[in-house]
Design a protein around this ligand. Structure first.
Ligand code: GUN
Length: 296
């Protein structure tokens, strides 16, 4: 194997230990325990697992978590009423609406209803706008995790060509926005590729950093990768055999790349970790706001 493995699981454990220490200091000083409220609508098995992992991780770093379940027939009106209640609850700092939502619900309307100050997924248009302007309040968890992985693995982004495969609102677009920003983990020259991109392989072969987030099992082949490139796989696909694989053909690409993330154990654990980071940031924002309001 030519490529060095980017061990997201080990890095996530390190960052979570740092967050646990920050939570301890914050709670001791402010007498507030950061709290994440997760909303789960319906019975999607994958969502069940994701939410359980997020709650377990938040408790591991000393936060509290709440789970609010709603049945799959829940109306938009009822879900919006719940969001309003969580927005107004001063004991809740972060609100996570697990996606996807059932089809009778307008997801965009629900995500827009979450208070931007509690929007730890960074999906609210105000937070998207702040990110695009280069002054993020919260960064979306998966791209933020990928950026931390690059920074902490010593992979230079400044002046290098980063190619993002995929233009989703959750990963592709915010990933490109983070990479193009000024500062550590940024200053890259960024190309976004998608299903209408012509001669995709010719573009991916130019990438010093290739980020795959298209949701197609083992789509990125060895001949699409420049020798020595850093390849980050955001994909999570289950083959008919039951095996979990990413968007990158790992066994072939690892012989060409300089660095590569495994699936599982790459980006996934970092997504959860950055959600914790955002929840702590939301609790800090809330405490600062409270103190400002109390002291004048
Ligand atoms: N469903 C798939 N990815 C995500 C995510 O990052 N956040 C939420 N809330 N739901 C998701």
């Amino acid at each position: 194997m030519a490529a060095a493995l980017l061990d997201g699981k080990a890095l996530a454990a390190r960052i979570q230990a740092e967050i646990a220490e920050e939570v301890r200091a914050f709670t001791a000083q402010m007498h507030v325990t950061p709290c994440l409220a997760a909303v789960l609508v319906g019975e999607n098995p994958a969502s069940e697992v994701y939410v359980r992992n997020k709650r377990l991780a938040s408790e591991r770093v000393g936060m509290t978590s709440r789970l609010i379940r709603m049945d799959s027939q829940t109306s938009q009106h009822k879900l919006l009423a719940l969001v309003a209640q969580l927005n107004a609850d001063t004991a809740v700092h972060g609100i996570l609406i697990q996606l996807p939502l059932p089809k009778q619900i307008d997801s965009h309307a629900v995500l827009c209803a979450v208070s931007p100050l509690k929007d730890v997924d960074a999906f609210h248009p105000e937070n998207v706008g702040l990110l695009v302007q280069g002054t993020p309040r919260f960064a979306p968890c998966t791209p933020y995790g990928v950026q931390q992985l690059l920074i902490r693995s010593g992979i230079e982004t400044a002046g290098r060509h980063a190619v993002v495969l995929g233009r989703s609102d959750i990963v592709g677009k915010p990933m490109a926005n983070l990479l193009v920003q000024r500062g550590p983990g940024g200053d890259a020259t960024v190309t976004i590729c998608h299903s209408k991109t012509r001669d995709l392989a010719a573009i991916t072969r130019q990438a010093d950093i290739l980020i795959a987030a298209i949701g197609q099992a083992q789509f990125v082949k060895a001949d699409m990768v420049k020798p020595g490139a850093a390849v980050v796989d955001v994909g999570m696909n289950r083959l008919d055999s039951g095996k979990l694989v990413g968007d990158v053909d790992f066994d072939a690409v690892k012989e060409v790349a300089g660095h590569i993330t495994p699936v599982p154990g790459g980006v996934g654990p970092l997504t959860v970790t950055m959600l914790l980071k955002n929840t702590l940031s939301a609790a800090i924002l809330s405490a600062v706001k409270r103190d400002l309001l109390n002291t004048d």
